[in-house]
Ligand binder design. Structure first.
Ligand SMILES: Cc1ncc(C[n+]2csc(CCOP(=O)(O)OP(=O)(O)O)c2C)c(N)n1
Ligand SMILES: [Mg+2]
Length: 629
């Protein structure tokens, strides 16, 4: 039996019938379709989405793929990532974009998804497969080949990429796309480029293509010999340290991690993606590790003889650019579902689902426990650090509050299940160091790509995934100016976000970095150009981002003091409308030290004193950098 449909209609019908299942729970894989239409997709995928919606409304038994209109194509990928991350990678969205700029706007989102190992299905439109009308509006013409389009730019940032030049190619491409999206080791952006003529072309499809399909998301078990090798290393450890990454959370391995920590007494540090895997006030929890981590975790990392990395990619922030671990014989044990990550730093590789691997390790390590002196050291360091955090949370900085006070007030205000979303600027570092999370879904900081502009769009996706939670989006003025437009989408869809807009007149983060590297905050402030100096160091600009947010349809509260801010948060929570709380902070306020380092090279030769001094400090710090072999 066959059914006659266009390629786009077949695509939509197929996607509406895909499910994932893990631990006996089944859910739709593709929750809906984000899109912005242009000539490349309006009559193809657009028509198919409309038809599916209308047929479903008539109760024909046709499954729908609900359409959401974004305001920028990059943002719709971010929203899909926010959603998929919140749903532990078991569900995501498709994104349809028109030919050319609509499609290439998604490239940044694709890179973000792939780097963070989050599934998202991208459907950029492409020029005619027949080339009947070439060159089209927005078509890249490559004199060397007619088989090149701007969508080839998705190749390095996609885990699977294909172009559907004939209807017959669609079924196998779709099956491969679903396999990659649902494979925890391979997942990331999946791109199917769809020529605009092929989208509208009819074909007789086997009906079996559209039967419901369930993709079982595996929990690979560790190989017994690999467990034995890992345990051999761990049993000899006197100063071990766990690094919990995002993989712990995606695998819902928090309880298994807690059981492991309690059985062994090993301290647990976390990465940006792993924060909240173990509650911050658990006796074994020592906070963030690495360049923006807590000094407690970083001191343990410095002395660790064995590092057990679980579900972590070991980014430079996590390893302090490979200076975090200074024990001469430090060894790594890497529990990861992806062999690629499990093999890093010449570690003993334990390729497995985080939960399954932790259960196996806990069992095989029976009888092992760190010595009481190690435990006492953690307790006392944690007690000292808590006081530092309390101080930073309540600094009383004048006249403008410090950012750490805003984060503190928010942390104290939020309920356990509320979610904080952030991505770039000075906040991820402060959050990584100071935030206290109990729930594994509370801390949502995108720090694989640290993409300015993820905040509001990603928060929108997170809220769609968890309508029962309050979502607090923290966004800097720089990020806000890059991508604020999804406030309009939130308003139009009636999706309520609590947005906190932190105004510090430019790039607080890069300003501080620049200063520490001898570059004197050059080009990091939003100021008038000063004719005298020729630099952007004139007066503050007459820009009112609060008024801008109001103009996009949000309710806006202007707060000046921490007290105002607390009242604004309560008002924001009580409202059912997207609310922006606007607050100015002092970018020069003090922040506690992580006692760590990040490798950002400084000019080796320079006419500036500031750069020469920074270079000397850089060269000294660089000496601690190691290859872990
Ligand atoms: C898309 C993008 N462009 C550039 C950067 C580099 N960058 C990192 S933080 C930052 C400044 C962020 O400014 P803002 O949002 O105001 O946060 P603040 O640093 O002031 O806290 C820049 C330019 C980035 N991470 N992402
Ligand atoms: Mg700023």
């Amino acid at each position: 039996m066959t059914v006659r449909l266009t390629v786009a209609q077949a695509l939509v019908r197929f996607l509406a019938n895909q499910y994932t299942e893990r631990d006996g729970t089944r859910q739709r894989l593709i929750e809906g379709c984000w899109g912005i239409f242009g000539h490349g997709n309006v009559a193809g995928v657009g028509q198919a989405l409309l038809q599916a919606t209308l047929l479903q409304a008539q109760q024909t038994g046709e499954a729908d793929l609900k359409y959401y209109l974004a305001r920028n194509e990059q943002a719709m990928v971010h929203a899909s990532v926010g959603f998929a991350r919140m749903r532990n990678r078991l569900q995501t969205f498709a994104c349809t974009a028109s030919i050319g700029p609509g499609s290439t706007n998604m490239v940044t989102g694709a890179a973000l998804a792939t780097i963070n190992r989050i599934p998202v299905l991208l459907l950029p439109s492409d020029f005619f497969a027949t080339r009947a009308a070439s060159p089209l509006l927005q078509e890249l013409e490559d004199p060397r080949s007619y088989d090149v389009s701007v969508n080839d730019a998705f190749k390095p940032v996609s885990r699977f990429w294909d172009r559907i030049n004939r209807p017959e190619q669609l079924p196998s491409a779709l099956l491969a796309a679903m396999r990659v999206l649902t494979d925890p080791a391979e997942t990331g952006a999946v791109t199917l480029a769809l020529p605009q003529d092929v989208q509208a072309e009819a074909h007789d499809w086997p009906e079996d293509l559209f039967t419901e399909r369930t993709w079982f998301v595996p929990r690979p078990l560790p190989e017994p010999a690999a467990v034995r090798r890992a345990v051999e290393v761990l049993r000899n450890a006197r100063r071990p340290l766990v690094i919990a990454g995002g993989g712990v959370i995606y695998s819902e391995a928090g309880p298994a991690l807690r059981a492991f920590a309690e059985a062994t007494g090993i301290a647990v540090s976390d990465t940006q993606a792993g924060k909240g895997a173990l509650a911050w006030d658990h006796p074994c929890a020592v906070g963030g590790v690495g360049a923006t981590g807590s000094p407690v975790a970083n001191a343990l990392a410095r002395d660790a003889d064995v590092v057990l990395g679980i579900g972590t990619r070991y980014s430079d922030f996590t390893t302090a650019s490979r200076t975090a671990f200074q024990h001469p014989d430090v060894r790594f044990v890497n529990l990861n579902v992806a062999a690629f990550d499990a093999g890093k730093h010449a570690g003993a590789s334990l390729v497995a689902d985080a939960r399954a691997g932790l259960e196996a390790l806990t069992e095989a390590l029976e009888g092992y426990h760190v010595d009481p002196e190690y435990t006492a050291r953690i307790d006392s360091a944690n007690a000292d650090w808590r006081q530092v955090v309390e101080h930073a949370y309540h600094l009383g900085h004048q006249p403008l509050p410090a950012q750490t006070e805003i984060l503190g007030a928010l942390n104290e205000f939020m309920n356990e299940r509320d979610v904080v979303v952030q991505a770039a600027g000075s906040m991820p570092g402060d959050l990584q160091m100071l935030w206290r999370a109990r729930d594994p879904k509370q801390y949502h900081v995108e720090y694989g790509y640290s993409c300015m502009g993820y905040e509001i769009a990603g928060g929108l996706g997170a809220k769609m995934a968890a309508p029962d939670r309050e979502v607090f989006v923290l966004v800097g003025d720089g990020s806000y100016l890059m991508m604020a437009q999804e406030i309009v989408t939130a308003v139009s869809e009636g999706i309520k976000l609590n947005i906190v807009l932190v105004q510090n007149q430019g790039f607080g983060s890069i300003g501080a970095l620049s200063e520490s590297l001898g570059s004197q905050r050059f080009g990091t402030r939003y100021r008038y150009r000063n004719p005298a100096s020729g630099l952007l160091d004139g007066d503050i600009l007459p820009v009112d981002l609060a008024a801008n947010a109001a103009s996009l349809g949000a309710d806006v509260i202007r707060a000046r003091t921490v007290k105002d801010f607390q009242a604004a948060l309560a008002q924001s929570r009580a409202s059912d409308r997207t609310t922006v709380t606007y607050i100015e902070t002092d970018p020069l306020a003090p922040v506690p030290s992580s006692e760590s380092w990040w490798d950002v090279p400084v000019s080796e030769t320079s006419a500036l004193d500031s750069t020469q001094q920074a270079r000397a400090a850089y060269a000294a710090a660089k000496r601690d950098q190691r290859m872990y072999l």
